[in-house]
Design a binder for this molecule. Sequence first.
Ligand SMILES: Cc1ncc(COP(=O)(O)O)c(C=O)c1O
Length: 368
Amino acid sequence: MSARGEGEKGSVAGKGALAARPEIREFRAYALAPPTGIAVRAKLDFNESPFDVPDELKEIVLSRLARRRWAHYPEFGAPRLTEAIAAVAGRRPEEVVVGNGSGELLLAAITVFAGNGGRLLLAPPTFSLYRQLAVLAGASLVEVPRGAPDFPVDEEGFLRAAEVPGTLPLVCSPNNPTGNVTSTEFLERLSAASGVVLADQAYVDFAEPGDDARPLLDRTENLIVFRTLSKAFSAAGFRIGYALAPAPVAAELRKAVLPFSVDAAAEELAVALLSNPGFSRRSVDTVREGRDRLAADLAALGAVVAPSRSNFLFFTIPGAAGSEIAAGLARRGVLVRELSAAAEGYLRVTVGTAEENGIFLEALKEAR
Ligand SMILES: Cc1ncc(COP(=O)(O)O)c(C=O)c1O
């Protein structure tokens, strides 16, 4: 029996040896087991970039890293990276909080603004990690669901829920796993109707310019926008995220981020990527073209595809079981996410290279 199971029996927990909070013991953690025994031909399950950082850029980062003193902590608060982000985002450094991936910053924000008994407001299906972060922070969940096939936020229902005191609304736009955006007009209304508002824009580089919530920072005092270098910047292996917020909000958020959470390697890579934006821009253009073509090809195969402005597609094949499709794809070396738990029969596929997209489509024809 697992340690968790023993804890639930109370024999160990009763003595205080396994005194995890009950809601933590009960929570089934976000776990992504790598598949075994499969020769992977197309890895389309994590919304990563199919384009790796170019070798020339890797060389620059490695040589800068080699010149640093590895025995020393990086500079407190990663000021060089903070300034680079501020310059790219058109904000002041006091409005930037950097972190070990945007996941860390989301946890910090939920802890600071809804921890210890606050309410985190979500519009599911949405990024599954949020639930875990709420449990860790000691926040309760309030959910206003989205509906198939387009999965828009129920704006009026969401606004009503956000108006309840002590509620922290979190909107993911473009939304993982559905791929669609929520308008910035709605985010602005939300900011006017509630306290702090979280906008997770991990995928906004793949969307349209008008979907970017950053301009709202000029007109609101309570919005936090989360961005990451894990997707459009091909840096998932190094864990770099940031939040943009008015300086007083950013100052509170910073208190919940551990010192030195962005390490020297992540900082060097992030600075290099931000000062060479051509690589990410070309990757994004290719992925956007591939996404639109893949959406049309999927629809031609009879799939119902949710509208996407991200680097992935959320789809279902009427009459087919999502788990069987995912298993059939995996047997053919294609990894996607099966998300029936979020929406019955749905799967999420990351847009890959043209070759990977072709491998996926061929495998799907055989597997469906
Ligand atoms: C919506 C969303 N937000 C945040 C993250 C976390 O990104 P990271 O911690 O790599 O910056 C992800 C990762 O998949 C995501 O899908």
